[in-house]
Write a protein that binds this ligand. Sequence first.
Ligand SMILES: Cc1cc2nc3c(=O)[nH]c(=O)nc-3n(C[C@H](O)[C@H](O)[C@H](O)COP(=O)(O)OP(=O)(O)OC[C@H]3O[C@@H](n4cnc5c(N)ncnc54)[C@H](O)[C@@H]3O)c2cc1C
Length: 401
Amino acid sequence: MAKSYDVIIVGAGMVGALSAILLAKSSLRIALVDKHHGDYTLSVPPAYDSRVSAISSQSKTLLEEAGVWQGIATDRIACYDNMVVWDGLGDGYIDFSAGATAMPELGHLLENAVLNDQLIRRARETNLLDLYLGDTLESHHLSESGVRVELSSGYALDAQVLIGADGAMSTLRIENDFETIEWDYGHHAIVATIEIAQPHGNTAWQSFGEEGILAFLPMPSVNQRHFVSIVWSVPPSEAASLMALDEALFCRRLQYAMNSRFDVLSVTQPRQAVPLRQRHAKQYVKAGLALIGDAAHTIHPLAGQGANLGFSDAKVLVEVLSKAHRRGECLGASNVLRRYQRARMLDNIAMAAGMEAFKRLFSTQQPALVQLRNMGMKQFHRSTSLKKTLIARAAGLTSFS
Ligand SMILES: Cc1cc2nc3c(=O)[nH]c(=O)nc-3n(C[C@H](O)[C@H](O)[C@H](O)COP(=O)(O)OP(=O)(O)OC[C@H]3O[C@@H](n4cnc5c(N)ncnc54)[C@H](O)[C@@H]3O)c2cc1C
């Protein structure tokens, strides 16, 4: 006999788990399925996990509404109130500060494992939410009026609608023939945690130059020692050479690429290289199924927006489904799910286009274009209103649509 729910979510990553908790709070019965067992081993500070995310103020508000943010230990969260961006090939420079835009902070940084761990803990405490962890989607059947899912454990689940939050290589997207527009960014991102000699000043530092796109993201200091998480995006061959360097040489290259703003002391968590691909599903929904988060779209991490876009998908989809439930509409009906797609697609496409334009603008080393780029950055740096607009967008307080 199949167990009945209102919604089945495949994927209990950041986006799927948050959606499940928020939907259960709206009195919907939820099944949350993930092949991961849900038990995260957290590293001990200052050996911060290499994968971290910049969380916007809108995402923080959503995580608070879900009761997740309050459970995260404060010594695992770094607040940043400044951001400095410069062109390594010229003197173009822009700084953003929370103070100048009347915001309490620009955002927060935290380790993905810490956030995932807290989301699963909160999901376990949530009424109306059943977890199927360490379990995989075996087969599924979709229709306007209801969906059926079989798991590898043998469980059969029924619901009105299925949500695909199963990440960039989404089985649900691929098996249901969703077309995508995608291309390789020609970049791999090297991520690691680094100890530096000087305080980071609660500032996110980002350099665009010959050495690639490099971000130093502040992590909490421990006993007067200072740490940053790095995201260093370079062509794949360059990433392979950087990964092959011993620690001392890697630190020297890193320091050079950061224009020696900091003395790089050591790598406290092993380096990882992640290939970067832009992907966007042409549709997010089909009868009985909605894709959210990385299952629907992935972008370059240079502005730290991927998970934040996924959280915005979750917010809108929860609103659409809760309203439809109150009206007695079938949650999997195409006309219901298209409301979610209409509300989110333009914003996600605009962000993807912005990241591509940024990446191309900073990839060129043609002298005339570099000069123009630097002039543009200087103009931007002088414009408080442009900075306010960009910060409000990055914080999720405004959208393009
Ligand atoms: C280097 C780098 C830096 C980044 N920095 C930032 C940042 O600073 N800020 C930001 O907002 N974003 C950032 N991002 C993007 C962000 O990491 C992703 O957008 C986000 O993790 C996507 O979450 P998700 O829940 O959609 O997918 P995922 O985290 O991939 O979760 C998918 C889940 O689905 C499960 N799953 C998959 N298939 C199945 C199946 N068949 N059955 C059961 N379970 C399944 C998986 O186990 C997994 O738990 C960065 C990305 C990269 C690569």
